[in-house]
Write a protein that binds this ligand. Structure first.
Ligand SMILES: [Zn+2]
Length: 458
């Protein structure tokens, strides 16, 4: 018998963790951090309800923290197996995990200094040594190649078009075939090739994400152009909180297009995130080596991240120098939901001035500052003080790298037959329930929204 235990990523978009138990083999698929609401983040500190030592192998779909961010903790608690992923996921995860460890350690140190930790002696969730050890276990695989990861257990990575290296995973274990959608991207990703169709043949269980299960993206292609133009006209600065991995690359690519077309003025553009700059290098290398998931149409135009038109702020001094700019500029800085990172300093400075604009370009989880701004708050808490929000807040949806409900149904309909079980994961409750209805109407498929920490036989 094969069972799936849903350890996280159910009824929330973060914290994905799925344990697949066979008679002889245990495989953990995803090991993500919870982000956003405090009650969710607290779960990161709970001990794993499983014995990490007993897991034979781990698999991750892509390099976002909510999919790979607890790997160092897994290793710290005794996991010693391989962590399987694609080659670019391994490269990007190494950047993301090292940065996460640094943030954890800085936060713990700051809390200790300020004395506001909930723990007597504030501890990081994991440290740089744990992250380094997890990085050493990362085991890269090419796309579309079936590899044995434990006795009688095989994994194949298919293109998901969400970020560079992202995959949906086909896991074969003790005669059962399970598909994990990971985060599914869209057909119009400006840099990546389209998602692969589902593999042919019987699928015993399919876990599908539902981040945008209750939404359809309209593509207002000119929204970014318009918001930049009106901000520059009133002498303001545009700040774009952007996820370091992928979103920054997509935004830069779009800004370059807009400038080349003469659609926006040539104002200084700053990339202020060391992690974003490191991942830009991984993207650039992928272009140079014609990686399997790169859209080849893009590569013919030369370097899509031409560094001539933006300035990289690598050091803290360079980051601080941006604040001295008197004229209009565009600042792209992490983190994407303004949960932390250098973007907070820019927000503190720019939010009180109505000439400026904050452009939100990604999903904003409940409980993050990004969501608070999107919901129209008139003040925001930053570095322990209350900052007035007078700047324009604009949400630009054209950069979503998650499929919407219609795109998801289209992808699911590439299955050659109805899967044995369908589990809806990785979505807030309403999105999941709405998507369940759409699946039933659109494809006539019944599905389950699983409970956390419960096992389901497939
Ligand atoms: Zn993702």
């Amino acid at each position: 018998m094969v069972e799936i235990e849903f350890l996280g990523g159910v009824r929330s978009v973060t914290g994905s963790k799925f344990l697949v138990r066979g008679e002889r083999v245990e495989v953990l698929v995803e090991c993500g951090q919870y982000q956003g609401l405090k009650e969710l983040r607290r779960r990161n500190w709970e001990p794993f309800p499983i014995e990490p030592r007993e897991i034979d192998a781990a698999v991750i779909t892509h390099a976002h923290l909510d999919h790979c961010g607890l790997l160092p903790k897994l290793v710290r608690e005794g996991f010693t197996g391989s962590i399987h992923c694609t080659a670019d996921t391994a490269r990007l995860s190494a950047i993301v995990l090292a940065d996460a460890a640094k943030m954890q350690m800085e936060d713990a140190e700051y809390a200790a200094r300020k004395g506001y930790s909930e723990h007597k002696v504030p501890l990081p969730l994991f440290d740089e040594r744990d992250a380094q050890e997890a990085i050493e276990y990362l085991t890269p695989h090419p796309f579309h190649q079936r590899s044995e990861i434990a006795p009688g257990t095989f994994v194949t990575f298919h293109r998901a078009a969400h970020i560079l290296g992202s995959s949906f995973v086909e896991l074969e274990i003790e005669g059962r075939r399970i598909i994990f959608s990971g985060d599914l991207g869209r057909k119009n990703h400006p840099l990546l090739s389209d998602p692969d169709p589902l593999p042919h043949g019987k699928i015993d269980a399919l876990l599908v994400e539902s981040t945008y299960g209750d939404r359809s993206h309209r593509i207002p292609g000119d929204a970014l152009r318009d918001v930049i133009n009106r901000t520059v006209k009133r002498g303001g600065t545009v700040v774009i909180p952007a996820f370091a991995v992928d979103r920054t690359e997509v935004i830069l690519h779009r800004l370059k297009e807009l400038i080349t077309m003469g659609a926006i003025p040539k104002v200084p553009i700053f990339v202020d995130s060391p992690m974003a700059l490191a991942s830009l290098d991984v993207y650039r290398a992928a272009f140079e080596s014609d990686a399997v998931d790169i859209d080849l149409k893009i590569a013919v135009d030369g370097d899509p991240f031409d560094s001539e038109f933006y300035q990289a702020a690598r050091s803290v001094e360079a980051s601080k120098a941006i604040a001295q700019m008197e004229s209009s500029s565009i600042i792209v800085s992490a983190s994407g939901m303004a949960a932390g990172g250098r973007v907070l300093h820019h927000l503190r400075r720019l939010l009180p001035d109505p000439r400026n604009t904050v452009v939100l370009v990604g999903y904003q989880s409940i409980g993050t500052r990004g969501r608070t701004l999107a919901d129209g708050a008139s003040t925001l808490k930053l570095f322990g003080s209350v900052v007035d929000v007078r700047a324009e807040i604009a949400e630009v949806k054209e950069f979503s790298v998650h499929a919407d409900s219609g795109e998801m149904i289209t992808w699911l309909s590439t299955a050659s037959e109805k899967p044995g079980h369908i589990f809806i994961v990785h979505g807030e409750s309403d999105a999941g329930t709405h998507f369940q209805g759409l699946l039933s109407e659109g494809l006539g498929w019944s599905s389950t929204i699983p409970d956390r920490n419960r096992r389901y036989a497939i």
